[in-house]
Design a protein around this ligand. Structure first.
Ligand code: M6R
Length: 596
């Protein structure tokens, strides 16, 4: 997690780096820094906190045309100014920014750097000290850099400056995302194209194990053992306005508002010329050829996977297992004869999921990635990709990507099922309208947040069947942005233990959208109310009762999660606002979780 940027060109680097880091803050925001090189040498500015805090310590007068920058999500060493990047070698000749984790840094320190006093607690510092060590032994900078890289175990995206070389940013990558951008009179480096859209929309992918020399006029890519690689840039089709908040106070609010449009866009993107829902033929064949689907994902994407299982089993008749990526990677279940792995990931960069994909490829099984980010690691490394078309999701709390994941999963399952009698296209259009009704009900959601979540310690979300999966997502949303301890439960499970936690006024949000289990969940509501809970029932039209707190518009039973999640997202948002939390950048979190 952490974001890195680099600029080498005709313009003043400082503002470009700071603006770039602002766009990468979603990747980590506990400290930040930049290094600027000019005739006087390399100057480093760093600070604990956000980019706005960094701006306060950057010398407004400093000029320089080459620089690197970093925004950190701490792994090794507490978030403070000393552990913030950039880090420098003992003589300060070399300066580095790094995203990733060096697993063998202790060993390397012991073996090569015994006499070098370390300034920070980070694994990163070892890299820059090694480069200096090897260059002192007579290697050129590129040789010292390559030798250092060959010793590293773990993940990295690195940008390195050499004070004695005013022309080059030395760049390398393994497992962590990194792009090089080709500008007019400049070349740039970034963890995510968004950071450098201010300069260019032409980017070159860097693959694991490659080393890149980024100079003002040229970019030279080679393998770790020095073989040259030619790779053409591609155009990133993002509009700079897509990544702005506009008049919204928070990205999360903007992204929730975009959800009806996202569903409509997905219908359009997955319709063929005849106007029928369709997917790539090779993906269709892979689905039809599978005797079992294994869905692999983390967090919100895992919750989408649980709903996806219902879609594949009900619409396509294909059995499905859903696994948390950080668990299955180290404990592969017995696989079926013809498995198909589906990776669901908004970012396409989640390290836990990626390590599973690597194993799946080693085993020789086919893999499909469903992601929001074209060209992301999981997309590149899988056999097939389906895009979410949700537009950039910046808020750490995933909202529109979840809805998009459900819509795409429904379409894929429907197409794979061929003979389904659901008119999915029509049903999804109804869903888009229902979501619109939900996002137009913000005032009511704000009232509910105040009514049920003011000054509470904890909250519960219950549901059965599809509603249970949405309860898990509702609880995740609330806890990650408001820090209220929240748990999602299958309604029937409460009485097996958790009901012991229900006290006078404990908020319990209950979803009632599944006809088959509506009476059962209403029974569970009665059980918690009898023990003092403050129950907020959110039901669907047709299943509603008089005292329900909110009624969502009627949609197809299978598609209710796309709609019922929206009030939970909004309630979480307003609860977090009420508590004065930083909605878009909750504490301890980052948008892309690129460490295992
Ligand atoms: O990018 P991914 O979908 O792979 O990310 C997985 C989780 O880290 C992510 O969904 C996380 O749980 C969100 N912050 C939830 O809002």
């Amino acid at each position: 997690m952490c974001g890195i940027v680099g600029y080498n060109g005709n313009l003043d680097a400082k503002e470009i780096l700071l603006k770039g880091l602002e766009k990468l803050e979603y990747r980590g925001y506990d400290s930040a820094g930049i290094a600027i090189r000019n005739k006087e040498g390399v100057t480093v500015f760093k600070e604990k906190g956000r980019i706005k805090d960094l701006r306060n310590v950057v010398d407004g007068e400093i000029k320089g045309n080459i620089g690197i920058g970093h925004t950190r999500w701490a792994t090794h060493g507490v978030p403070n100014k000393i552990n913030a990047h950039p880090h420098q070698s003992a003589t300060k000749r070399f300066t580095i920014v790094h995203n990733g984790v060096i697993e063998n840094y202790h060993l390397l320190k012991k073996q090569y750097l015994n006499n070098i006093p370390m300034q920070s607690e980070t694994d990163t510092e070892v890299i820059v000290q090694l480069v200096e060590q090897f260059s002192k032994e007579g290697l050129s900078t590129i040789e010292a850099f390559r030798k250092t890289l060959s010793l590293l175990h773990g993940s990295y995206a690195i940008a390195l400056l050499d004070e004695e070389d005013g022309d080059t940013i030395y760049v390398a990558k393994n497992k962590s995302p990194l792009l090089v951008g080709v500008g007019d009179g400049c070349n740039v480096v970034a963890s995510d194209a968004m950071a450098m859209l201010q300069v260019t929309n032409q980017f070159i992918e860097i693959h694991d194990g490659e080393v890149v020399l980024v100079q003002k006029e040229k970019i030279e890519i080679s393998t770790l053992d020095g073989q040259k690689i030619e790779r053409k840039p591609y155009t990133v089709e993002l509009d700079a306005s897509d990544i702005e908040k506009g008049t919204y106070p928070h990205y999360m609010l903007k992204e929730m508002d975009e959800q009806p449009g996202v569903v409509r866009k997905i219908i359009q993107e997955y319709s063929n010329e005849a106007g029928e829902l369709s997917i790539d033929e090779a993906i269709f064949a892979a689905l039809r050829g599978a005797d079992r689907i294994y869905i692999i994902a983390a967090g919100t994407s895992y919750h989408a996977g649980l709903v996806g299982k219902e879609y594949f089993e009900k619409l396509a008749g294909i059995p499905v297992e859903v696994h948390i990526s950080s668990e299955i990677g180290y404990n592969m279940p017995l696989l079926s004869e013809k498995p198909l792995f589906i990776f669901i990931s908004q970012s396409g960069e989640t390290a836990d999921s990626r390590q599973v994909l690597v194993k799946v490829k080693e085993l020789g099984h086919p893999a499909l990635t469903i992601t929001n980010v074209a060209g992301s690691t999981l997309s590149r490394e899988a056999d097939y990709t389906l895009l979410l078309h949700a537009g950039p999701e910046i808020a750490v709390a995933s909202t529109k990507a979840y809805v998009a994941q459900l819509a795409v999963l429904a379409i894929v399952a429907y197409v794979a099922g061929e003979g389904s009698d659901v008119d999915l296209k029509k049903e999804l259009a109804i869903v888009a309208n229902a979501i619109q009704t939900m996002v137009d009900s913000k005032d009511e959601m704000q009232k509910i947040a105040l009514e049920y979540l003011n000054n509470v310690r904890n909250a519960f979300f219950i549901g059965r069947n599809m509603d249970y999966y949405v309860s898990l997502e509702g609880a995740l949303k609330l806890k990650e942005i408001s820090y209220i301890q929240a748990e999602g439960f299958a309604g029937g499970e409460l009485k097996h233990g958790t009901i012991a936690l229900i006290e006078e006024e404990t908020p319990v949000f209950a979803l009632v959208t599944q006809e088959a289990v509506a009476l059962n969940i209403r029974g569970n509501v009665k059980e918690v109310v009898a023990r003092g809970a403050n129950a907020c029932v959110i039901s669907m039209e047709g299943l509603n009762e008089e005292d329900d707190r909110f009624v969502i518009p009627k949609v197809h039973t299978l598609l209710t999660p796309l709609v019922s999640v929206v009030p939970l997202q909004l309630i979480s948002y307003y609860a977090a606002l009420e508590r004065g939390c930083d909605v878009d950048k909750p504490r301890n979190l980052a948008k892309s979780v690129t460490v295992e």
